[in-house]
Design a protein around this ligand. Structure first.
Ligand SMILES: [Fe+2]
Length: 195
């Protein structure tokens, strides 16, 4: 069954232009389309695995690239819905941040976002160990923490900031990203896991 492109109610953002958001959403739609194409080709090629061995292996390799591109963008755009809202310090996430990051989360996460190469800075939560894991995912499929759910996803591919800030503008984009987050979205993700 095909995956469907999600629609997001994103208000005007501060420092991220409408044109950039529109092009980024179109790129997201491409991941959904490509994942569906790969899934249907796999069914077709699986009818003769010997004859199609090379094509199958390439499609299998690309499958998680397209899936992760689709799902991570959904987490990313969702964080802008409802407009910018600061993290409520009395919320479960606010308290956990204070305990684990002592007020330096933004600096730490920005440093991860500033790492070289296309990818994502991602904050996960490990419900088993009950602690956060922040990491850098190359492209969108290399370096995930297996099984861990996502609290915050920050796209740091160049396409996220090239239009507004140019190839050297990542730092300005990171500032803009933090200005526009609706932290209540992340707080809800955390609350669903930390019970
Ligand atoms: Fe992106």
């Amino acid at each position: 069954m095909n995956y469907s492109e999600r629609k997001f109610a994103i208000p005007a953002l501060d420092g991220i232009s409408q044109k950039s958001v529109d092009e980024h959403l179109a790129l997201y739609a491409g991941y959904v389309k490509n994942f569906n194409t790969i899934a249907s080709k796999l069914v077709e090629y699986a009818a003769d695995t010997e004859k199609n061995a090379h094509a199958l292996s390439e499609l299998i390799r690309r499958k998680s690239f397209e899936f992760d591109g689709m799902r991570l963008h959904e987490y990313y755009f969702e964080q802008f819905e409802g407009g910018a809202k600061k993290l409520d310090k009395s919320s479960a996430l606010g308290q956990a941040f204070e305990k684990d990051y002592h007020g330096y989360f933004k600096e730490y996460f920005t440093a991860i976002g500033n790492m070289r190469g296309p990818g994502w800075a991602i904050l996960y939560y490990d419900p088993i160990q009950k602690e956060f894991q922040a990491g850098f995912v190359g492209e969108q499929h290399q370096g995930h923490f297996a099984t861990l759910p996502i609290i915050l996803a920050l796209d740091v591919w160049e396409h996220a900031y090239l239009l507004d800030y140019g190839a050297l503008g990542k730092a300005k984009y990171l500032d803009a990203f933090f200005k526009n987050i609706n932290w209540s979205v992340c707080a809800k993700r955390y609350e669903a896991l930390a019970k």
